[in-house]
Design a protein around this ligand. Structure first.
Ligand code: ATP
Length: 582
């Protein structure tokens, strides 16, 4: 609620004013019932409240007076309806804005968090927060506001009853307190189910994500049933929880309705026993009857809030941990600084399960073509993540231009590094949009030059819509090699000082790959090119070969150069050398 109030700021004042005006109009229209009931029962206005209003009506006959009072009552109801509509519209706008703000804040914090933290998050945890929890949070805030409105209405109505029938109002207050105490165990159970709901929703999201990611493979292996079983298990658990919650709510509604009927009867009898004048008793009963609806709404709201607060807790915890993890990155500068050398000094990093790199000492220079190889799991990607500042070393340091850099200083070099991973990420958009990702200043001529260098110009040129060809979700309309070429072209458009290809050409045939790398080497800016690969043909294109073994660097191989062009010693790679020219 406090987050909602912070968000709404001054916007909340008119909404609260409308709530109060609504409550006031409710009270006034109910007070009008006393002279109406007086005219109906006695033929004259008796019994206090607004009865004196009848004296101002310049009509003698009872029917005329009744018509004026009823007209006044109807006008009051209509004005109140307009006020309530305005109030609800304002509250709805605030709620939508709040959802938007919370979602944007979460995504901002997510993008600002260090990679090591983001990599440890379950994707379903984030999608559940963005998709479900943020809505639950906003709904909770709205229910709380609604409850405040309802309570203000109830207080207005109770004051009216207190004004016209003090004993009845005391009985109502006592019953209200008893009812609130009785509902506490139900709220505890609702909260418990709310926590289960958050876990089960996340599990369903996770299962849906896995199903989509693995459906092609599952179809190819007739394994769809296993996926469906897993998915159904999670959805059954979620649905079971929701059904149980609905069952409990309907039980609560039945008991509420029964209690309300008994309370109404007791009030009527008590009023008669207290010898209250019929117009007063009638009006008090009408007011009490009108109070029963909001009281039930209040109980239902309390139940829903108890069930939804765990979503809020889950979202808040996620945001809190994201904020804590980004403390260092926040101090980052946005200035871009050229990279001449990048290296590591006795760098050490261990992942949670023990894998990683130890004692890595390297210095890579701009203009070099460096090959990084080694068995699977030997630490190549971990090393690259350290080199690009995505991971922070637990020991030793990363040096850029000979100076140690920490997380807060790394950002200034990010624009100068192009990292292309094995699974080239493409947006579900056109080739043009993918090439210009995050930049507004890329010309069409530059795009074609980059496509030419990555060997993609031919297939893009032949597509019916050229640069405006959509690539579909994660580039699924393109082949693996085409996706990689687009990703390389996008990286080249950033004119980087360092280009890192982490198995990023493994879907491209060897001859084309050689041509692409030759183009990278021939770039006038002479970037540092780091090729992480298992392919001997690719390693032959490098000047230096760094081999990782169990997280450490094996003795480095420096390769000879032939006529200024890089080649590899054939005996170390197992394939004859060739020159890096086209
Ligand atoms: N996010 C992570 N959480 C936990 N352990 C990890 C994580 N990433 C990597 N590891 C572990 O660290 C070790 C090194 O992994 P890394 O990805 O650096 O190897 P690699 O040489 O790049 O392997 P490959 O050639 O198969 O890509 C492995 O044992 C791996 O299981």
């Amino acid at each position: 609620m406090s987050e909602f109030v912070d968000y709404a700021g001054e916007e909340l004042t008119p909404a609260i004013a409308l709530m109060l005006v609504g409550a006031l109009l409710e009270g006034v229209s109910l007070m009008l019932l006393i002279p109406i009931a007086g005219l109906l029962v006695h033929g004259s206005s008796q019994g206090g409240g607004l009865s004196y209003l009848v004296n101002f009506i310049p009509l003698e006959n009872r029917l005329g007076q009744m018509a004026v009072l009823l007209g006044l009552f109807a006008a009051m109801v209509a004005v109140r309806a307009c006020v309530l509509t305005l109030r609800d519209r304002r509250l709805a706008l605030l709620q939508l804005g709040f959802i938007d703000q919370q979602r944007s804040a979460l995504l901002r914090e997510l993008t600002a968090a260090p990679w090591s933290f983001v990599a440890s998050l379950r994707h379903a945890r984030v999608t559940s927060a963005v998709g479900n929890e943020v809505h639950m949070m906003a709904a909770t805030a709205q229910l709380l506001l609604q409850s405040i409105v309802t309570i203000s209405m109830l207080v207005a109505q109770w004051l009216l009853v207190a004004f016209i029938a003090p004993w009845l109002s005391l009985m109502v207050a006592a019953l209200g307190i008893i009812g609130s105490i009785c509902i506490v165990p139900a709220l505890r159970k609702a909260s418990h189910r709310g926590f289960q709901q958050v876990e089960r929703q996340t599990a369903v999201m996770n299962a849906a994500g896995q199903l989509l990611a693995g459906l092609k493979l599952a179809k190819a292996q007739n394994a769809e049933a296993a996926f469906l079983d897993d998915f159904s298990r999670h959805t059954d658990a979620l649905t079971g929880n929701q059904i149980e919650s609905l069952r409990r709510q309907s039980r609560l509604r039945v008991s509420n309705a029964s209690v309300a009927a008994v309370v109404g009867a007791v009030m009527l009898l008590a009023g008669m026993a207290l010898k209250m004048p019929p117009p007063i008793l009638l009006t008090a009963i009408v007011i009490l009857a009108r109070m029963s609806g909001p009281i039930m709404t209040l109980q239902q709201n309390a139940y829903h809030i108890a069930a939804m607060l765990p979503s809020h807790a889950s979202m808040s915890n996620l945001r809190k941990s994201l904020r804590q993890s980004q403390a260092d990155d926040e101090r980052a500068s946005d200035a871009s600084t050229a990279i001449c050398t990048i290296g590591t000094q006795d760098v050490h990093y261990r992942h949670a399960d023990g894998g990683g790199v130890t004692g890595v000492n390297l210095n890579l220079r701009r203009g070099e073509v460096v090959g990084i190889t080694g068995p699977s799991g030997s630490g190549k990607t971990t090393f690259i993540d350290l080199l690009t500042g995505l991971l922070q070393p637990e020991g030793g340091q990363v040096l850029v231009n000979g100076q140690p850099v920490d997380a807060s200083q790394f950002r200034q070099f990010r624009d100068r590094i192009a990292y292309i991973p094995q699974d080239s990420y493409l947006l579900n958009d056109t080739i043009r949009h993918n090439l210009a990702w995050g930049r507004a200043d890329v010309s069409e001529a530059a795009m074609w030059r980059a496509l030419e260098a990555s060997g993609a110009s031919q297939f893009v040129g032949q597509s019916q819509n050229g640069l405006d060809t959509p690539v579909a979700e994660r580039g699924s309309r393109l082949s693996g090699g085409e996706r990689q070429r687009i990703a390389i072209a996008r990286a080249l458009l950033r004119c980087p000082d360092v280009i890192i290809l982490d198995e990023a050409t493994n879907a491209i045939d060897v001859v084309s790959e050689r041509l692409i790398i030759a183009d990278l080497v021939a770039m006038p800016s002479k970037p540092m090119i780091v090729l992480v690969t298992h392919r001997p043909e690719t390693l032959r294109l490098c000047e230096r070969l760094i081999t990782f073994e169990a997280g450490q660097i094996a003795p480095e191989i420096h390769l000879r150069k032939i006529g200024g062009k890089a080649t590899l010693a054939p005996d170390r790679i197992g394939v004859p050398p060739f020159e890096l020219n086209r």
